[in-house]
Design a binder for this molecule. Structure first.
Ligand SMILES: [Zn+2]
Length: 80
């Protein structure tokens, strides 16, 4: 079941909701009762999370790979 992102035009609140693809989209803001829009391309959230994971993974992998001073505890490239 996909997650859809909604944004309220009235108060600007954003939220996610699990819905069947065949379900009617939300039209009413749970916060203020205003009109909400379902954001197109909600996969952007997943892409962002994936990219964050990649960055974290990359830093972990990069730390022990210092070729100039692999055993130094003060290696400047392991800080950061
Ligand atoms: Zn609202």
């Amino acid at each position: 079941m996909p997650t859809y992102d909604y944004v309220c035009d009235a108060c600007g609140v954003k939220y996610e909701k699990f819905q069947n693809m065949s379900a009617d989209p939300d039209t009413e803001c749970p916060e203020c009762g205003g009109k909400v829009r379902r954001l197109i391309g909600s996969g952007a959230g997943l892409i962002f999370k994936g990219s964050g994971f990649y960055e974290t993974d990359y830093k972990k992998a990069a730390a022990p790979a210092c070729s100039s001073c692999p055993s130094s505890p003060t290696c400047p490239s392991s800080e950061d």
